[in-house]
Write a protein that binds this ligand. Structure first.
Ligand code: BV8
Ligand code: ZN
Length: 247
């Protein structure tokens, strides 16, 4: 895989890299993306129809079982070379901030030390009534589990469609765009707002935007560099090309 020498220079001279990621970065770990059709007994549902507070209010059992199915899938997988390459950048560049839309926790598992989870984390659980967070190990056997404090229904600690993003996560992500030299946009269809506005904002702040995706997306035209391919293949090759001594 050949890369523009100017791009390799930009990476070598970067002091702070932001890596904005979507479901595509976890695809090679075996987690279907949101664009992928749902499979098995979930084939008749659309993710957007299940990942909402209304769906949970209307049918908490089905929504909880969908998350339990996704957790089982995610428990069985590991970070892939794409996650590991992003984590490895921390040994090559002063600061690397991961801003992820994913809820699978794989960037932290891969060793990234600064991860902003814009859409929460599927491993977190909280009470819909008193907001108490409940560790997975203390969940009651009910479906959905009930809160140990107020008997309210427990929900996954993710951001559903129609819900605001966590203020602190959003504020931190916006601050990173002020300081990062390079803004990677990896494995996202850039359809879900407000996260999808980050690459455009990064470009307007004068950042170098690098898109990594096997398919064309609406963000291709705002990226100075478009690397057409899979994250698990492009990222390791890019690191090797920019820092050959790392090998
Ligand atoms: C908000 C957590 C306001 C849950 C997620 C109409 C009605 C209602 C709302 C809206 C509306 N129109 C717009 C909205 C806003 C809405 C939205 O954007 N909807 C979309 C569908 C149009 N957004 C919201 O509701 C957000 N909140 O706006 O709140 C507000 C403000 C104040 C007060 C109250 C309210 C909340 C959005 C967060 C939703 N939660 N996840 C869960 O996981 O269950 S979003 C979920 O979908 C993911 O987290 C992710 O963000 C998104 C999917 O996007 P991607 O990650 O990009 O994945 P996708 O499958 O789309 O694409 C994969 C890409 O990877 C592809 O491009 C593919 O080519 C590429 N790829 C594949 N393989 C690889 C690869 N790339 C690299 N390597 C590979 N190997
Ligand atoms: Zn409670």
């Amino acid at each position: 895989m050949d890369f523009d020498p100017e791009l390799l220079d930009i990476l070598r001279n970067a002091r702070h890299i932001a890596a904005f990621t979507g479901a595509g970065v976890s695809a090679e770990s075996g987690i279907p993306t949101f664009r992928d059709a749902q499979t098995g007994l979930w084939a008749k549902y659309r993710a957007e129809d299940l990942a909402t507070p209304e769906a949970f209010r209307r049918d908490p059992v089905t929504v909880w079982n969908w998350y339990a199915w996704r957790r089982d899938l995610m428990r069985a997988v590991r970070p892939n070379p794409g996650h590991l390459a992003i984590a490895a950048m921390e040994r090559l560049v002063g600061r690397v901030t991961v801003i992820t839309q994913n809820v699978d926790g794989l960037h932290v598992q891969a060793g990234s030390s600064e991860v902003i989870e814009l859409h929460g984390n599927i491993w977190h659980n909280r009470c819909t009534d008193c907001a108490t967070s409940v560790p997975e190990s203390e969940l009651s056997a009910d479906t959905p589990p009930v809160c140990p404090h107020c008997k309210g229904k427990i929900r996954p600690g993710v951001v559903w469609f129609g819900e605001a993003l966590p203020t602190q996560a959003w504020t931190r992500a916006a601050e990173v765009l002020e300081t990062a030299d390079v803004f990677f946009c990896i494995g996202t269809s850039s359809l879900v707002e407000p996260a999808a506005s980050l690459p455009r904002y990064a470009r307007s702040c004068g950042r170098t935007v690098i898109q990594i995706n096997p398919e064309l997306t609406s963000h291709d035209e705002i990226a100075q560099y478009v690397l057409r391919g899979k994250a698990g293949e492009v990222l390791p090759a890019l690191l090797k090309a920019a820092w050959p001594q790392v090998g």
